[in-house]
Design a protein around this ligand. Sequence first.
Ligand code: COA
Length: 277
Amino acid sequence: MFVPDLLQGKRVLITGGGTGIGRNAAERLMALGAEVVICGRRTDVLEKTAEELRAATGGTIAWTGLDIRDADAVDETVGKIWDDGPLDVLINNAAGNFLARFEDLSHRAVDAVVNIVLHGTAYMTLACGKRWLRAGHPGHVLSIVTTYAWTGSAYVVPSVMGKAAVLAMTRSLAVEWGPRGVRLNAIAPGPFPTEGAWRRLTPREDLAQVWETRNPLRRVGEHAELTNLIAYLLSDAAGYINGEVVTIDGGEWLAGAGQFNWASALTEDDWAEMAKR
Ligand code: COA
């Protein structure tokens, strides 16, 4: 679907790029010609990922250890990356989450998630944004959120609060920075299983299966479907999209929202009876 040099000349920083969605995005973007920098807390994981993706794609990748909760480290690291040339894209992918009843959480547990999802994302966006604005260099921030950024969700409340804020930031800065050439968009993925998230968020295999198939398409997303969307949004073809959140969830959130969606459980006999009435 895409020409092989679709993203040639684009320099992309991916937070949490060592594993999961971040790693998959890095691989796809490299294969399409982008130069990628991944960052994360675990340098051994980053180094291994970089080696593997270089071998798999023949593309260009660098890595740097960074905890995005540390604002000073964020600014210093982004500054060092800029010393080798400006970035074109920041992908805010790093996140933290755990499934827990809110009343069981300590204030430190709330901070553990919000400091990554909200504060870390804000620090990264600020560090890149101010450099783009200062230099008059076009920039694009793509943040990975989720549909509960607007629906809310039980049992992951700190994450809900953080993701809702990231979406609000996206829409706000799209207007504030758009006139100066910096766009912001978001993606809200549904169930795209990754080892880290699935193990972390589902205690039992049977519950994972419920989550995976409760969307109208009755399947999980394929990672290539997600990276297709990321590649498109990063390409020049999507240059007029600003302040948007694109949902890619097989219709999952809508299925949970419609008042009469429960009627998918009706049998042929039920429908015949309804028609008679
Ligand atoms: N349920 C309830 N509380 C929890 C918890 C859980 N599953 N996990 C941690 N906490 C609490 C701890 O008890 C602690 O609170 P306390 O000091 O009052 O006891 C607080 O949260 C901080 O815990 P700590 O282990 O020090 O947090 P951390 O900052 O080292 O790590 C994450 C938190 C989110 C960074 C860590 O879980 C992590 O690395 N996760 C992987 C990344 C991730 O979650 N990605 C998203 C996948 S969907």
